[in-house]
Design a protein around this ligand. Structure first.
Ligand code: OSB
Ligand code: MG
Length: 367
C-alpha cells in the first residue's frame, strides 16, 4: 500500500447541545479530518484535538502544523505492508499523538477498504454490536441534569456518566441515585481535584459508582495510586494514559483498576490494540472513550470497541446527540437495547457526505 496523497480539512460543526466539563464550555466543535489516497482507494480519519489546549496540549493548529510539516513527509510516497507499521514510522516525532492518530487511522480505513473487509475485522474485533453509554456534561441545574438522564435512559443507553467538578459532585450523584436508583453510573472529573480532596472523593464510595474517571492531574500517575488506596470506587484513567508504556507503569503502580481507551490520545488504532491487549493480560477492563467525534471518528471508535476486552459500555452514542446533520448518512443510531451495530461494509463502512464536509470546512490543504 503506497500512500500518494494526504488531505487535511479544518472543520467546524455546531453541537446540538452545549457540552460543559470541568475545563470549559463548548457550543461547537472544531476538528481536523484527514483523507489519504493510495492504490486507487481512499481512507478517512479524524483527529480529536480541539481548538483549545484544555483537554490535551494538542490543538487543531498543532495538528495542522505537525501533519503538514513532519508527518506527511514521512508518509507520502512510502509503501506500508500493513497499517501497524505507520505509528512506529513516526517515532522520530515525539508526542503529538492526536496528529499521528488522525493519519494512522485514515490509513487503517484505506487498508481495510483495499482488502475488502470491515475495519473491525482488520483490527481483530470479535463482536457485531457494541454497548453504548452517554457522557452528560455539567448542566445549569440538577433538575436539568435529571431531565437529561431520564431522556437518555428512555432512549436505551446502558450506562450514564456525568461530569463532575468541585461544587458539582456529591449533590449531583446523590440526587441521581435518589431519582434513578442503582443504574450503571460513573463520574468523570477531567482532572479537577487534587489529593487534598481525597476525603470528598471518598464520600462518593457509598454510591457504588462503576468508576471515577481521571480525578487528579492530566500528567499524574503516582497521586492516583495514593488516592486509590483511600477510596473504594475504582479509579479509571483517561488523560494520564498517553502511551502504552505509561499504562504499564500505572497498572504496576496500582494507580487505576480500569482504563479508558481513546485512539486519538494514544496515537491511533495500533497503539490502542496494544493498550487493549496489555490491559487484558493484567485483568484491567477497558472501555472506549469519546471526544464528541463526527460520524467519521465515531465510526472508527465503533470498530475499535468491537475488540473483546472492551467490556464496559463506551462513550459512543448516536449521532443525533451531537450533530444534526452528521457528516455521514445514514447516521449512527442505537437500538432499543442500547447497542450500536458495527458497520459491515469495507473500511469504516459508513457513507461520507462530501457536500456536508465542504460546508463545514474552514480550511483545506492537499499534500
Ligand atoms: O473526558 O471523556 C472525556 C469530551 C471531550 C473531551 C474529553 C471528554 C469528553 C467526553 C465526551 O466525555 C464523550 C462523548 O464523545 O460523548
Ligand atoms: Mg474523560
Amino acid at each position: 500500500m503506497k500512500i500518494e496523497k494526504i488531505e487535511l480539512f479544518l472543520c467546524r460543526l455546531p453541537l446540538v447541545h452545549f457540552f460543559e466539563t470541568s475545563f470549559g464550555l463548548s457550543y461547537d466543535r472544531t476538528f481536523i479530518l484527514v483523507r489519504v489516497q493510495g492504490d486507487g482507494e481512499e481512507g478517512w480519519g479524524e483527529s480529536v484535538a480541539e481548538a483549545n489546549p484544555y483537554y490535551s496540549s494538542e490543538t487543531t493548529e498543532t495538528v495542522w502544523h505537525i501533519v503538514s510539516g513532519f508527518i506527511a513527509p514521512l508518509i507520502i510516497g512510502r509503501r506500508f505492508a500493513h497499517p501497524r507499521d505507520v505509528y512506529p514510522a513516526l517515532k522520530r516525532i515525539r508526542g503529538h499523538n492526536m496528529a499521528k492518530a488522525g493519519v494512522e487511522m485514515a490509513i487503517w480505513d484505506l487498508y481495510a477498504r483495499a482488502t475488502h473487509q470491515p475495519l473491525s475485522k482488520a483490527l481483530g474485533g470479535t463482536r457485531d454490536r457494541i454497548a453504548s453509554g452517554v457522557s452528560i456534561g455539567i448542566q445549569d441545574s440538577l433538575d436539568q441534569l435529571m431531565d437529561k438522564i431520564e431522556k437518555e435512559l428512555a432512549a436505551g443507553y446502558q450506562r450514564i456518566k456525568i461530569k463532575i467538578k468541585p461544587g458539582w459532585d456529591l449533590d449531583a450523584v446523590e440526587r441521581v441515585r435518589k431519582t434513578f436508583g442503582q443504574i450503571p453510573l460513573q463520574v468523570d472529573a477531567n482532572a479537577a481535584y487534587t489529593l487534598e480532596d481525597a476525603a470528598t472523593l471518598a464520600r462518593l464510595d457509598p454510591f457504588k459508582l462503576l468508576l471515577v474517571e481521571q480525578p487528579l492531574d492530566y500528567d499524574d500517575v503516582m497521586d492516583h495510586a495514593v488516592l486509590q488506596k483511600q477510596i473504594t470506587t475504582p479509579v479509571c484513567l483517561d488523560e494520564s494514559i498517553h502511551t502504552v508504556r505509561i499504562a504499564r507503569d500505572a497498572i504496576e503502580a496500582k494507580a487505576c483498576q480500569i482504563i479508558n481507551i481513546k485512539p486519538g490520545r494514544v496515537g491511533g488504532h495500533q497503539a490502542s490494540i496494544e493498550l487493549h491487549d496489555l490491559c487484558a493480560a493484567h485483568g484491567i477492563p477497558v472501555w472506549h472513550g469519546g471526544m464528541l467525534e463526527s460520524g467519521i471518528g465515531r465510526a472508527h471508535n465503533i470498530h475499535l470497541a468491537s475488540l473483546p476486552n472492551f467490556s464496559l459500555p463506551g462513550d459512543i452514542a448516536a449521532s443525533k446527540r451531537y450533530y444534526q446533520p452528521d457528516l455521514i448518512d445514514p447516521e449512527i443510531d442505537i437500538a432499543r437495547d442500547g447497542t450500536i451495530e458495527v458497520p459491515k461494509g469495507p473500511g469504516i463502512g459508513v457513507n461520507i457526505v462530501r457536500e456536508r464536509i465542504e460546508k463545514a470546512t474552514l480550511r483545506h490543504l492537499s499534500l
